[in-house]
Design a protein around this ligand. Structure first.
Ligand code: ADE
Length: 236
């Protein structure tokens, strides 16, 4: 099938792609960290830039928020020839020790059975894990470039505003370090469509520390995101 949302020819997409939720983050990476970056898709606000990082051809693609939106983008990037995708996103911390700006490198992603991944695999739960070699590289660069990095599994939520007062305690007791909304979909599709994936997340809020529950604005997170983006680009 031909991509229905990212309406570009395959030669405009690099084999290695940084995938992000926020169009402002994609623009920041394209303008500050890539060379000769060109905006090649704007359709549906799934902005896609292709340029170079230290001579390596790299694309940066916006996947929007949540499983359904991001699955469309991961599928279409794969149809267009992408072989590696690394998500650079934000996450809410469930561990009290995680501070705003810290990094989580996602060793796995839990999800509630059903939803988008359940539409692909209705009879079982997927092993939503990253490519281990890519993950190791990413973790090494993250430690070197960013410094404050935790390795651990995340929970990919389908509902940002779900009201469960026990949410943070429950998922932390299950070994989960942070919550976000797209990594499980990325890892499930990486397995189903045979591409390599990993994810680096910058902590934008902390659900268990009073005063840190609100998402920080992307401008405030920029210095941390820049370091995380450099680690992702070096790993790629
Ligand atoms: N992304 C960043 N913070 C989040 C949160 N608290 N819940 C879900 N996704 C997030």
């Amino acid at each position: 099938m031909k991509p229905q949302h990212i309406r570009v020819s395959p030669d405009r997409v690099a084999a290695k792609v940084v995938v992000v939720g926020d169009p402002a983050r994609a623009r920041f990476i394209a303008e500050h960290l890539l060379e000769d970056a060109e905006l090649v898709n704007e359709e549906r606000c799934f902005h896609l830039y292709t340029g170079f990082y230290r001579g390596e051809r790299i694309s940066v693609a916006v996947h929007g928020v949540g499983a359904a939106s991001s699955a469309i983008v991961f599928e279409e990037l794969r149809m267009l020839g992408a072989k590696v995708m690394v998500r650079l996103g934000t996450a809410g911390a469930l561990m009290p020790e995680l501070d705003i700006g810290d990094m989580v490198v996602a060793t796995g992603a839990a999800y509630v059975h059903g939803g988008t991944i359940g539409s692909y695999v209705p009879d079982a739960c997927m092993a939503t894990a990253p490519n281990p070699l890519l993950l190791t590289k990413l973790y090494d660069y993250a430690k070197r470039i960013h410094g404050r990095v935790v390795l651990g599994p995340v929970f990919s939520s389908d509902a940002f505003y779900a009201e469960d007062p026990e949410f943070a305690k429950k998922w932390f007791s299950r070994g989960i370090v942070a919550v976000e909304m797209e990594v499980a979909t990325l890892y499930a599709l990486a397995a189903l469509r045979r591409f390599d994936a990993a994810a680096a997340l910058v902590i934008s809020d902390n659900l268990v520390v009073p005063g840190k529950e609100e998402l920080r604005h992307h401008r405030e997170l920029e210095p941390y995101v820049e370091k995380a983006a450099k680690a992702v680009l070096e790993a790629l």
